[in-house]
Every structure is written in structure tokens, then in C-alpha cells.
Design a protein around this ligand. Structure first.
Ligand SMILES: Nc1ncnc2c1ncn2[C@@H]1O[C@H](COP(=O)(O)OP(=O)(O)OP(=O)(O)O)[C@@H](O)[C@H]1O
Length: 328
């Protein structure tokens, strides 16, 4: 049985549909990511699950209970937002204790559970600080501890990392994954960052314009996108219309083709091309290569600076036919 079931959900604001016919089954303990471009309806869907917005049609079942019309406080769902809404006049420990105080949990129990949560997010020594004395990443860990302390049935994370710098983001996302795994907590994470989604998720729901375009694990989404939107959003696929694909591959193609830059190789024989530009992405070098009138991105491992090809180099490209996806 699914732990969380979203059935035929529709939502509109006035005449504008936000999402429609959302269907999804989520198992207990799964880490699901809602991924999609800005405005595709991710946050609104999350807010509907939390009870902060109403769906116009459909049913939301959590652990066998129909929660579609329950007020948020009766859903027992934890939520962390992009901007940490900590109480500025309360210490870290008081912020974390807030939900328990509202439930009138006995004082000794509150102290114990707050201590456990601060340990979980590695902020034990910050208990008496105020939010203004914390970094952005620390604030988000407090927000996480605050939403976990009441032992929610479901954790919803709405772009909790997007206001943080890249290094802190990576560290905190690993921490979130560890905590989620330790607590076996069913989690839905919203992001528009594909790298974050691929790194974190058991399963990704890729959304576009209010619909789920693909529902798959990271590997499937990366290697087998279902259409050109999915291929354009995930990885850095070369997307070629049928004309360009026919010219490049030297055979008639009637559908669009998608080729991942890392599946194209420089070789001793193959399609003639010319390097136009290169950019160093750290461990990878991304070349822009012109071949048969088509501009391609080709990724190569950055093994040594002696191997780097300058702009203007003639190259021969090998494209494995199995790596050419046909898409609509
Ligand atoms: N309260 C509201 N009233 C009217 N329209 C809204 C409201 N909230 C969201 N929308 C619209 O619904 C659509 C989906 O918004 P939503 O915030 O769910 O997108 P999102 O995918 O989370 O985007 P982002 O990544 O930018 O946060 C957008 O077109 C937005 O303008």
C-alpha cells in the first residue's frame, strides 16, 4: 500500500490552472524530489499536501487517512521553506522546542527531545544562540530540527538550500539525506536544481506546466528522458531537430535526437569536426564542436593540460548509435 497517495489532483488560481491530474504513489521512507522550472507548480503542490492551500479536485491520502480537507495542524506534516522563518527573539533551543510547547509536552520530555534534535543536526553547542548569531546554513538546520521535533508523518522541503552558497548547500544536502535515512522519514523535496535532485533522490517527479512529465529514479531520468523537455532539463543533452540529426548522422531521421555530451568521443576515425570553443568545468572540459553544420557540446575528462584542444583544432568524432535517443 502507498504511504502517500496523490489522486487526480487539480488546482487553479482563478482561471489559471496551476496543475492538473497529478497522480503519484509514494512509499514509506522514500525521498522524492519535485523537480521542474520556475512556475511549473512544485511549491503549490507541496502547499496543497501541507494543507496551506486547497486542491480543487482529487484526494490526498496519508497513511490510509484522507487528509484532503484537514487543516494543516491536524495533518502532522513538517515543512521547511526556502527562507528560514525562525523566531528572532527566541534562542535556537526555544525555536526547536516551539512545536512541543504548543502541544503542551512536559518540560523534561521537551528538553530531552530538543537535545536529541540539536544533536541530529549537529548544533548542540548553539542551543543558547539567537538566529541573528547564526549562518544561513545553521538557520536552516535549526528550521529542520524544529520541523522534525514533533515527529511528523511526512517532511516537506521547499527549496531549503537555495539561499545558501554552493559549498554549504552540498554539505547540508548530505546532512538532510543522512537524517532522512536515519529516521526513515518519507520526504518530498522541491528544487529546480537538477544536480541536487539527481544527488539526493530515490525518485524524481519531473514537472512541466502543471503536469508530471516523468516519474523515475535519477539514473533513468538521466539516461532515458521521455521527451525533449526532459532531455533539455536534465544533463546537458545536445538536442537536434530531425534535419540536424539527419545531417550529423548521415541518415534520414524523422524524429528529434538527443545525445549526451559525454557519449561523444574524439577518435582516430569518425565525423570531421572543428573545435570552436572550450570551457573548463573542473574535472571536465566542455568543447563546442562544429560538425556537418551542427554545433555540438562534447565533454571530455580533464586529464592533463597537455591534452587540451585549442579552438580551431580539427577533430574526428565517434558517436555511438546506442547513445542517440529518439524523442518527441
Ligand atoms: N497565490 C497565488 N495566486 C495566484 N497565482 C499563484 C499563486 N501562487 C502561485 N501562483 C501561480 O501558480 C503557478 C505555479 O507557482 P508555484 O509557486 O507553484 O511554482 P514553482 O514551480 O514552485 O516555481 P518556483 O520554483 O519559481 O517557486 C505560477 O504561475 C504562479 O504565478
Amino acid at each position: 500500500m502507498s504511504y502517500l497517495l496523490l489522486q487526480d489532483l487539480d488546482k487553479r488560481y482563478g482561471a489559471t490552472p496551476v496543475f492538473s491530474q497529478i497522480e503519484c504513489r509514494i512509499a514509506q521512507g522514500e525521498f522524492i524530489t519535485l523537480l521542474g522550472p520556475s512556475g511549473c507548480g512544485k511549491s503549490t503542490l507541496l502547499r496543497c499536501i501541507a494543507g496551506l492551500a486547497e486542491v480543487d479536485r482529487g484526494r490526498i491520502m496519508l497513511d490510509g487517512e484522507n487528509i484532503t480537507h484537514l487543516p494543516p495542524q491536524q495533518r502532522h506534516i513538517g515543512m521547511v521553506f526556502q527562507h528560514y522563518a525562525l523566531f528572532p527573539n527566541m534562542t535556537v533551543a526555544q525555536n526547536v522546542a516551539f512545536g512541543l510547547r504548543m502541544q503542551q509536552t512536559p518540560e523534561h520530555e521537551t528538553t530531552r527531545r530538543v537535545g536529541e534534535m540539536l544533536e541530529l543536526v549537529e548544533l548542540q553547542s548553539y542551543a543558547d544562540r539567537y538566529p541573528r548569531q547564526l549562518s544561513g546554513g545553521q538557520c536552516q538546520r535549526v528550521a529542520l530540527a524544529r520541523s522534525l521535533v514533533t515527529r511528523p508523518r511526512l517532511l516537506l522541503l521547499d527549496e531549503p538550500l537555495s539561499a545558501l552558497d554552493a559549498r554549504i548547500r552540498r554539505h547540508l544536502r548530505e546532512q538532510i539525506r543522512r537524517i532522512q535515512h536515519e529516521l526513515q522519514l518519507t520526504t518530498i523535496f522541491v528544487t529546480h536544481d537538477q544536480e541536487e535532485a539527481l544527488a539526493l533522490s530515490d525518485r524524481i517527479l519531473l514537472m512541466d506546466k502543471g503536469s508530471i512529465v516523468q516519474n523515475a529514479d535519477a539514473e533513468t531520468l538521466y539516461t532515458a528522458p521521455v521527451n525533449t523537455f526532459a532531455a533539455g532539463f536534465i544533463g546537458h543533452y545536445n538536442l537536434l531537430d530531425p534535419d540536424a540529426a539527419s545531417r550529423l548522422l548521415g541518415e534520414i531521421r524523422t524524429r528529434a535526437a538527443a545525445i549526451r555530451p559525454e557519449t561523444i568521443r574524439f577518435a582516430d576515425t569518425g565525423i570531421e569536426g572543428m573545435v570552436r570553443q572550450r570551457s573548463l568545468l573542473g574535472n571536465v572540459v566542455r568543447y563546442q564542436v562544429e560538425a556537418r553544420g551542427v554545433t555540438l557540446q562534447v565533454d571530455a575528462l580533464n586529464r592533463s593540460s597537455a591534452d587540451l584542444l585549442p579552438a580551431g583544432s580539427s577533430v574526428l568524432l565517434q558517436i555511438d548509435p546506442a547513445a542517440v535517443l529518439e524523442l518527441d
